[in-house]
Design a protein around this ligand. Structure first.
Ligand code: NAP
Length: 279
């Protein structure tokens, strides 16, 4: 989104739990000029971390989560899922009806958040992924019915600052999304590592093998995006009769590579659902 279209500048954003994801969002909002340092307040339990954030980004910091809620229009909850209940209980008495609360905690449902923060709280649940650290994140966003269109746009601005975001219509889609894009970078890292290892075993220098693999993955993803073609059709264009691709896929298909990946994603989605059920 273009900086001059930013609505975010008019609001103060508080980041509770400025760890990896929280800091990525702070850096993204500032680098993209969606907002200015004075409009961001971060909290953490760690004073040294807060000093570093203040020096690096010029933002305001506090070690009181309640102070963040007292002075911010938008409260971003970026603590680990296991710390969410305590943090929500701590901030609930300070929360005002008009404040927007955005949670990025995996598996924590809006129902759970409403239970602590109140039935009428304006809540948004988001699932980003770690490439947000380098502005290539993918985030799915879902809101409770009390959230208005302009508030949803504010949430989109925040996550748009670190990549691309998608609104979703059903909260239950968060589980497959967590399995696909939340966990997704890990599948790709495993593939990069395995292919690099294969190249090395075939006599290539490790660094060269890794570079070849990484650029191939970027190139293939861009081919799908830019041509709009079905990956199965693009596959056919790589695979010539009795060629190398066919030889490779004789092995992959015999061992059910596609099914293995699908089973893995299903297991991740089931785990996300399970985590959501834990009290
Ligand atoms: N990493 C991912 O791939 C990913 C993807 C999607 C969503 N998420 C979600 O993003 C959230 C943050 O993940 P992360 O990877 O950024 O974790 P992280 O680096 O551990 O950040 C969490 C931060 O919360 C702080 N914290 C803990 N308790 C606190 C409290 N009571 N008050 C204030 N701050 C507190 C921690 O700092 P101190 O302990 O020093 O206070 C830490 O800096 C998680 O809920 C996770 O589910 C992560």
């Amino acid at each position: 989104m273009l900086a001059h279209l930013s609505m975010l500048k008019k609001y103060t954003v508080g980041v509770i739990g400025a760890g990896n994801m929280g800091e990525a969002l702070i850096r993204g909002m500032l680098n993209s000029e969606q907002t200015v340092p004075v409009r961001i307040v971060a909290s953490s339990r760690n004073a040294a971390k807060l000093r570093r954030l203040k020096t690096l980004y010029g933002i305001r910091t506090t070690n009181f989560n309640s102070a963040v809620v007292d002075i911010c229009d938008i409260v971003l909850l970026a603590v680990k899922p296991q710390d969410m209940a305590d943090v929500c209980t701590e901030i609930a008495p300070h929360l005002k009806r008009e404040q927007l609360v955005i949670s990025i905690a995996a598996g924590i449902t809006l129902k759970k958040l409403h239970r602590i923060l109140g039935a009428k709280a304006k809540l948004v649940r988001a699932m980003p992924n770690t490439p947000a650290l380098i502005d290539y994140g993918v985030t799915a966003i879902f809101a409770s019915p009390s959230v208005k269109e302009n508030e949803m746009q504010l949430a989109e601005e925040i996550f748009g600052a670190v990549g691309i975001s998608f609104r979703i219509a059903k909260e239950k889609d968060m589980d497959p999304i967590t399995a696909l894009s939340g966990t997704g970078p890990a599948y790709v890292y495993e593939i990069i590592d395995s292919l690099t290892c294969a190249g090395k075993k075939l006599g290539l220098n490790e660094q060269l093998a890794k570079e070849l693999v990484m650029h191939t993955i970027i190139g293939a993803a861009k081919m799908v995006m830019q041509t709009g073609e079905d990956p199965k059709e693009l596959w056919k264009k790589v695979a010539s009769k009795r060629g190398t691709t066919v030889a490779a896929f004789d092995v992959l298909r015999k061992r059910n590579f596609s099914k293995i990946l699908q089973d893995a994603v299903r297991a991740a989605a089931n785990r996300s659902r399970e985590l959501g059920r834990i009290k």
